[in-house]
Design a protein around this ligand. Structure first.
Ligand code: DGL
Length: 274
């Protein structure tokens, strides 16, 4: 395997850039290819069958870019599709569910963990499954918060409406007295401050994307697949290429908010060919 080959990251759209951002921070010298399925976003409200079909195409596209490792940044894809698809490839892949679930198990003190995400992620019970696999005695409370995705995409990250909706959604989590809450959706880190204010400072918020970036670093280190450039003093910045399934303007408009800086190098692809 070529250690200089890029890491492939994909998501249903722009949200996966919250995961890419963490990977850029932790593994700055890695070359990155990002695919955002902006033409077919969102995945969260869709059926398992459709999410598997879309995710299969996303992975096939990245595999053709000769990536050395694939990160499925989308919680909905990781929850319902990744395990099925992984079997067909020799490329190592990581999704966001396992790292997020493991971090929650490590953090909880009272054994009561909340999980929030899209309808697909929560309907799959994927987080609860992994958490119970690690420790069957833990209590898991899962809740779909589908309005958070459009609110974040519309830039409603500090509006009263967002606080109002968050209070309404999260009251059930307050009632069951969780001490750890998994942010099981790519978009939620952008409203972490809102969720944190509603839940209070005693509840630890787990950012699955951040945990996944650390997991990617661990796997690449253990498999001796880190780009040798990372050992150079000072380490050079890797290349970043973005591919999208709709006009690049739609992606670049939102991307800077998710990533913290402007995005260049965006190419449109016809994902239906994969
Ligand atoms: N990326 C999706 C996720 O993390 C959220 C957006 C969508 O529904 O496509 O589940």
């Amino acid at each position: 395997m070529n250690k200089e080959a890029p890491i492939g990251i994909f998501d249903s759209g722009v949200g996966g850039l919250t995961v890419a951002r963490k990977i850029f921070e932790i593994l700055p010298s890695e070359n990155i290819v990002y695919f955002g399925d902006v033409g077919r976003t969102p995945y969260g409200p869709r059926s398992k069958e459709i999410i598997i079909q879309f995710t299969t195409q996303d992975v096939a596209f990245l595999a053709e870019r000769d990536v050395k490792f694939i990160v499925c940044a989308c919680n909905s894809s990781s929850a319902v599709a990744l395990d099925e698809i992984k079997k067909d490839y020799h490329i190592e892949m990581v999704g966001v569910i396992d790292p997020g679930a493991r971090a929650a198990v490590e953090k909880t003190k009272n054994g009561r963990i909340g999980v929030i995400g899209t309808n697909a992620t929560i309907g799959s019970n994927a987080y609860a499954h992994i958490i119970h696999h690690i420790d069957p005695d833990l209590k898991v409370f899962s809740l779909a918060c589908p309005l958070f995705v459009p609110l974040v995409e519309e830039g409603y990250v500090d509006k009263d409406a967002t606080y109002l909706i968050a209070r309404d959604y999260l009251q059930t989590m307050l009632d069951v007295e969780i001490d750890t809450l998994v942010l099981g959706c790519t978009h939620y880190p952008l409203i972490k401050h809102v969720i944190s204010e509603v839940m209070g400072e005693d509840v630890t918020l787990i950012d699955s994307g951040e945990e996944t970036a650390r997991e990617a670093q661990r796997i690449l280190t253990e498999s001796d697949l880190l780009n040798p450039a990372s050992a150079q003093p000072p380490p050079p910045e890797g290349s970043r290429k973005y591919y999208v399934s709709d006009v690049p303007a739609k992606f670049s408009r939102m991307a800077s908010r998710f990533l913290g800086h402007e995005v260049e190098n965006i190419t449109r692809v016809d994902i239906s060919k994969y």
